[in-house]
Design a protein around this ligand. Structure first.
Ligand code: HPA
Length: 277
């Protein structure tokens, strides 16, 4: 049973041995993923945009992906993503271990706690704490690994998630910068929040692929994003694998307790009252 999963682009599986594909059924549809071993440990790999990068960020089935990993028994997830930089100290090719995020998406399925449309035991109104969206233990493992491997990295960064699939306007980037964003991408929301709703640990390593719109004065292309991700592939794989090794075997973070106090007592009592009748 894999304990750790990596969500990212294709090609990251290369370091694994004994890879096999598996399909997992979820209330939101089927998820295909790969399971392999590294250093004797099983790791799950999920390609966020599908095996041939065919699913755009606003149409990714985030709920199926996270539910599928949870169903497999995964407790900890490292999500990787490409980002544009708004912060001149974060240069193309740098890694950013995200510590905060701001959600500017518009039309995604954001929660498992979706009232009447939820699986039977998740109908109650539930608000999970998301003050710190990323697991501190996994963040530390990634930071330690980046240091050990002497990679160019930033130990903190605020990610603004836009809806896409278009890139941002110059004015949007100016606004996001004023609001405190360092980097911009299209995939962290609702992925990070969904993991929290299931009590899973989630952290993310972002790869700066370009300066955001209007910062460099050049037109943005998806091709440059893909090219830079390819260039950084070897370093990213090394960083991820070292991070998996550095994640403590026993969870001492608060992520697993996310549901404590998240559902109103009155509602729980009402349900209990009904059960007892
Ligand atoms: N904007 C949004 N998403 C991105 C960017 C960007 O500039 N670069 C890579 N993903």
């Amino acid at each position: 049973m894999p304990r750790v999963a990596i969500i990212g682009g294709s090609g990251l599986e290369e370091l694994l041995e004994e890879i096999h594909e598996t399909n997992v059924e979820t209330p939101y549809g089927q998820v295909s993923l790969r399971i392999g071993t590294y250093g004797g440990e099983e790791i799950a790999f999920l390609s966020r945009h599908g095996p041939s990068h065919a699913v755009p960020p606003h149409r990714v089935n985030y709920r199926a992906n996270i539910w599928g990993l949870w169903k497999l028994g995964v407790e900890r997830i490292i999500g990787t993503s490409a980002v544009g930089s708004l912060n001149l100290s974060m240069k193309p090719g740098d890694f950013v271990v995200l510590d905060q995020l701001i959600d500017f998406t518009k039309s995604r399925r954001y929660t498992f706690y979706d009232g009447e449309d939820s699986p039977h035991d998740m109908k109650a109104v539930t608000h999970v704490d998301f003050t710190e969206p990323y697991c501190p233990e996994i963040r530390k493992a990634i930071i330690d690994s980046a240091k050990e491997l002497r990679l160019p990295y930033h130990p903190q960064g605020t990610y603004a998630c836009t809806e896409g699939p278009r890139f941002e306007t110059r004015a949007e980037i100016r606004a996001l910068k004023i609001l405190g964003a360092d980097v911009v991408g299209m995939t962290q929301c609702p992925e990070a929040a969904l993991a929290r709703e299931l009590g899973m640990c989630y952290a993310s390593v972002a790869v700066v692929t370009n300066y955001a719109a209007g910062i460099s004065g050049r037109k943005l292309t998806h091709t440059e994003v893909i090219e830079l991700m390819k260039e950084k592939g070897r370093e990213l794989r090394a960083l991820l694998m070292r991070s998996v090794t550095n994640i403590p075997k026993i969870r001492r973070c608060e992520c697993g307790k996310a549901l404590e106090g998240a559902t109103a007592e009155t509602e729980k009592e009402t349900e209990k009252g009904h059960d007892e009748e």
